[in-house]
Every structure is written in C-alpha cells, then in structure tokens.
Write a protein that binds this ligand. Structure first.
Ligand SMILES: Cc1cc2nc3c(=O)[nH]c(=O)nc-3n(C[C@H](O)[C@H](O)[C@H](O)COP(=O)(O)OP(=O)(O)OC[C@H]3O[C@@H](n4cnc5c(N)ncnc54)[C@H](O)[C@@H]3O)c2cc1C
Length: 595
C-alpha cells in the first residue's frame, strides 16, 4: 500500500510531482499476493503450457476444461465479491494473478476476456437479480463470459454499431438483429454482454444475452495469425429474443459501460503483457546459454547481451508503471467508498479516474512485448522461426495486443484527449504551468551547477520532460485551437512524450524506493536500468519534440522552441553499452528474469 493515498488525480502526473513514498512497487507484494501468484504460475506450468499446441488446434473442449479448472481454483472469480461466490480479491492482486496467467499464451486471452470484459459489466452495472443469477456461475466457470461490441462496420468507432433492439409487442423481450465480429470466447461462452441500439437511440445499450437465446447464432472459428487457442467468432442475431430484464444498466447508457470496461481491459492487458514478456525472456536466456556458435555460447556475444538487456529494461519499466497505476486505482476506489460512494460505482469511477494511465499502460506494455518477442525470435535464429519453439508462438500471439482493447492509435488519442478534456473542465490547471514554461523559454537559461545527487538529477530530468510536453503541446494547441484534433500526427507525438515521461517517472520512483530497501551493491543493477531507460528516453523526447515543433512552428518561435527542447531533454552521458552488459550478465547468471 502506498503511504499517501490518492497522491494524484489521473493524468495529473504531467503537472505535479510525487515522491517515492507515494507509489506502490512490485517489491511490496504481500505474502498472500505472492502465494496467489505462485498458484497461478503452477497452474500455467502444469496445466496450460503442456496443452498450448492442442489449444491452438481449436480444441474448445480442452479450453473449457482448463477454464473450469481455473474456476475451481478460484481464479475466475478473483475480482468477484465473496457474496457472489467469488474470491473477492483487490485490484492489485487480480493484476498480479493476470501477470502470471499472461505466460499462458492464448489461454491468457480467454481468461482475461472472461474475468474482465465478460464478467465485470455485470458486477459493476448489473442489478441485484442479474448479479445473483450470473455472477456465481461466472465466478466458478459454470458459465463463461464474452463481450460483444465490435461489428463489421464498427470497430474503433464502436458507437456506430448497427445492431438494433426493438421491444416486442408484448413488452417482454427486446428483439435483436445484427452482427458482431471478432468476439473472444464466442465458441465457449454461455453469456455475452452485447451492445445494441434500442430503436433510433443515439447511443448503445447493453444486454446480457445467453447462448441458447432463440435467434442467436455463432459463426465459424476465425483462422488467426496468433492466439489460435482462444476462440474468436462472429455472432449473429436474427430476431433474437432477449428478455427485457436482461437490459444491463440504463437504456442509451451502454456506450458508457463499454468505455468504462475498456479502461479496465486496457490496464489488465498491460498486466498480461508483463508475464508474457518475462516468459519470452526466460525462453531466450535459456536458449542463449545453450546454443553455441563460433565455439562459444551466443549469450557471450555483445549483440545478444544488448538484446537481452533491452528486453529486461522494457519489461521492468512496464511493470513499474502498470503496478503504480493499479495501486492508484485501488486507493481511489477505497477513498471513494470511504466517502460514501456505492462500492460498484466507486470501482468504476476509480478506473475512469485513471483512464489516461490505463491507456498508457496498454500502449507501452503491448509495444514493449512486441519488441521483446521479436528479439526473442532473433536470439533463437532459425529455430525462432520454427513452430516447435515457444517464441514462435509468443511472436504471433503478441501482435493482437496492439489491436484490441482499442488500437494503440485510439489509445494515444485517448491519452491526449482525456488530458485536455480534464484541463478544459477545470479538473486541474494545465494553462498556468504551460505559461510558466513559455516564460522560462524566453528567460536566460540557468547554467548554474545543479545538484549532484543521483536521484535529484533524475527528478530534474523528468521535470524537464514535463516542461518539454507543456511547451510543445501548449504551443500546438495555441496554434491550432479547435483544429488541434485534426492534427493526429502531433497528437500521437504528444501521447508518446506523455507515455515516455510517465514510464521514466514510474521507474525512477521505483528505483528510488528500492534505494531505501537494498544495499548499494544490490541497487546498482536497478540504477543501470533507470540510467539506460532515462537516457534513451531523453533522446527520444528530443527527436519527437523536434519533429512536432517543425510541424507547426516558424521563425523565431520555432528557433526558441528548438532551443527549449534541447534544453529540456539534456541528459548526462551514460555508458549504455556497459550498463546493458551488466543487466544481461545478471539475467544470464540467474538464468531467468529475476529483477
Ligand atoms: C483476435 C481479436 C479478438 C477480439 N476480441 C474482441 C472482443 O472480445 N469483443 C469485441 O467487441 N471486439 C473484439 N475485437 C475487436 C477489436 O477490438 C477491433 O478489431 C479493434 O477495436 C479495431 O477495430 P477494427 O478492427 O474495426 O479496425 P478499424 O477501426 O477499422 O481500424 C483500422 C486502422 O485505422 C486506425 N484508426 C481507426 N480510427 C482511427 C482514428 N480516429 N484515428 C487514427 N487511426 C484510426 C486504427 O488504429 C487501425 O490502425 C477483437 C479483435 C481481434 C482481432
């Protein structure tokens, strides 16, 4: 638990600083959380990994059996309160469990869809009858859940769905017509959360639809690049009769449910990428220590060490930012409950509050994992291309993460859009800090000798990253006004700058907290990770900043900002080669991810 609850509002990291006592780090997991993680690890090792090939052949009976086994262990009901037959664990614990399950390839996707987007809409938005009826069965695996939002013509633009619901003449049913596409768990699910528009409503409504509903039909299994062991199908509604009592939440408010649940799905996806990345690193280091070329193990080559180290760094950073945000969500939920908010509303409000961080975690985690699995294949050479090797599957399975739960482009739009919306609504003041940076830009730079303290210097760097964002985004907004939203290239850049800054800050705060727990010798490797990541980030921020400035500024303003971006991304030299070697050597010595 972090000491100071509710350190910041979601997105506020851009304009406020936190200190290390205010963040949760993975080294603080409780014994109970570690035990739960261990049972998940054993389950994946013993039951899932020996079956992944068979699952990839669309053996749905086996998938159902494994899901039910996970249910018997309490893992399907991990977030479901005990009163509905669940395991009633908190948010961070559910994330930790998901991390381990993330090592289970397609099974992880089936599990995440069921426990997240398949179950939680009922938990958070269902009425008492709906909860009593469905949650105990979803918690044990008697029922499997799915979430059906996407349609052939409505993907990113999900509210444009054409599936229609019309009240039957006797007023007992909604008659649904339409098609949903890409529905995870479709072939194994008993219960679907389906989004459709009632009559000519502008927005979607949500329905709980059982698979044996008359007029409900399943398509064939999709043949996919990866996650072949997860069932993905179209579903069709042909005058499907859904009882009126299965309307979930209020009419016309389904899109809100969809978005709330997506926020959740996003951070959960990040949790799963951490486990998948650690899995791919373990396969890679194992192989690198066995494979000999030119008379030596390939793990001894600098080029391979560089890859192994970078895989570790990106995974460590994903972990730092994902668990930081997860604890923020849990703390917010507690605080709202203490203020008297109903517990279901508190849960969804807490997730909404950290929607920006959830999108950051989704984008960062999925891109880190894609990097990791790509290098994992490379380390395996030709064998990496063989379907016999787990990294071949990991490579294919990873790719979907940048596409579902909102593509990474959509999530980047969310990161920037949400921040601006909150600024506009007055939830926090972005304008004053932006003006201060603009003023600082015009002033003579302070060349005075700054602090020599390691962590103080890193904090200054992160502060400067924030100034770089405020400078670039502030000027672009001023230049484009309302038309800013048309400038997607700039928005993508600003999103990247925000993401990199949040990532660096989260890693810094974690390592700083570790400095109070570890002796200098043990700490050194974590400083290496922080040094390499923050150094690389500074250069990335510089390049992104320059590109963005050149996209809209001219003359003196352009020159002043180019000087500003140089100043705000100035970083001390780091011998990244040696630092990466040390990180790789630890990985090679340990033989598995142990950071
Ligand atoms: C294996 C798999 C499982 C899935 N599981 C589910 C599920 O369980 N339930 C469910 O409801 N859906 C599911 N989906 C659907 C998934 O969420 C969508 O595929 C995704 O949201 C993207 O929609 P789309 O495929 O229609 O792509 P499009 O929306 O057509 O996007 C195509 C490209 O255009 C970009 N783009 C679109 N709009 C913008 C914009 N405004 N600005 C910039 N770029 C833009 C996208 O980023 C993308 O690069 C799944 C998909 C797959 C492949």
């Amino acid at each position: 638990m972090s000491n100071n609850k509710r350190a910041l509002k979601g997105g506020e990291f851009l304009i406020k600083d936190v200190d290390y006592t205010q963040v949760f780090i993975p080294e603080e997991f409780t014994e109970e959380q570690k035990m739960i993680a261990e049972s998940c690890r054993d389950f994946i090792q013993q039951r899932v990994l020996p079956n992944v090939e068979e699952l990839d052949k669309h053996n749905l009976d086996l998938l159902i059996q494994l899901m039910k086994e996970a249910g018997e262990m309490g893992l399907l009901g991990i977030s479901v309160p005990e009163e509905y037959g669940g395991f009633g664990q908190n948010f961070v614990t559910a994330m930790r469990a998901l991390e381990e399950i993330g090592k289970g390839f397609s099974f992880a996707v089936a599990y995440a869809a069921h426990t997240g987007i398949g179950t939680l809409p009922i938990l958070y938005f269902g009425n008492q009858e709906q909860k009593q009826k469905y949650l105990p069965k979803l918690a044990t695996g008697e029922y499997i859940g799915a979430y059906a939002l996407t349609e052939p013509e409505a993907g990113s633009d999900a509210n444009a769905g054409k599936t229609k619901a019309v009240l039957s003449e006797d007023g007992k049913y909604y008659i649904l017509n339409g098609t949903k596409m890409w529905i995870t768990n479709a072939g194994i699910a008993d219960v679907f959360i389906v989004y459709a528009k009632i009559d000519d409503d502008p927005n979607l409504s949500a329905f709980i639809v059982e698979k044996n509903t008359p007029g409900f039909k399943l398509g064939q299994e999709e043949e996919k690049m990866g996650i072949r062991g997860a069932s993905t199908r179209q579903i069709f509604f042909e005058d499907a009769k859904v009882p009126v009592e299965n309307l979930l939440g209020e009419r016309n408010k389904g899109f809100k449910i969809a978005l709330y649940i997506l926020n959740l799905g996003r951070i959960k996806l990040a949790g799963a990428t951490i486990g998948a990345a650690k899995g791919a690193i373990n396969y890679s280091v194992d192989y690198a220590k066995q494979r000999k070329q030119f008379g030596t193990y390939i793990a001894n080559f600098g080029a391979i060490k560089h890859k192994l180290a970078e895989m570790v760094i990106r995974t460590f950073v994903t972990e730092s930012l994902t668990y930081r945000a997860s604890q923020n969500i849990e703390d917010e939920e507690e605080a709202l409950k203490q203020e008297g908010m109903d517990k279901d509303r508190a849960a969804i409000e807490a997730i909404r509050q950290f929607a920006i961080e959830a999108s950051i975690a989704k984008v960062f985690g999925s891109e880190a994992l894609d990097y990791v699995v790509d290098e994992a294949v490379q380390i395996h050479g030709g064998m990496g291309y063989s379907a016999e090797m787990p990294v071949e599957r990991a490579y294919r399975d990873s790719r979907i993460n940048r596409i579902f739960e909102g593509t990474n482009e959509i999530n980047r739009l969310v990161i920037v859009g949400e921040l601006l919306k909150r600024g506009m609504k007055g939830e926090y003041d972005l304008l004053t800090p932006a003006k201060e940076v603009a003023k600082e830009l015009m002033a003579i730079p302070d060349f005075g000798k700054g602090s020599e303290d390691y962590f103080e210097k890193k904090h200054k760097l992160v502060k400067n990253f924030k100034k770089a964002i405020l400078m670039v985004a502030g000027a672009a907004l001023q230049k484009f006004g309302q038309a800013f939203q048309e400038e997607e290239e700039i928005i993508m850049n600003v999103a990247d700058m925000l993401m990199l800054t949040y990532a660096t800050e989260s890693t810094l705060l974690r390592v700083e907290k570790l400095s109070k727990m570890y002796d200098p010798e043990k700490l050194a490797i974590y400083k290496d990770i922080l040094d390499v990541f923050s150094f690389d980030t500074a250069w990335k921020m510089y390049k992104i900043g320059v590109d963005t400035i050149n996209a809209f500024a001219k003359g003196d303003e352009q020159q002043a900002m180019l000087m500003g971006i140089k100043r705000f991304t100035k970083v001390d030299p780091v011998n990244t080669k040696d630092a990466r070697r040390r990180i790789a050597n630890k990985l090679i010595d340990d033989g598995f991810y142990n950071f």
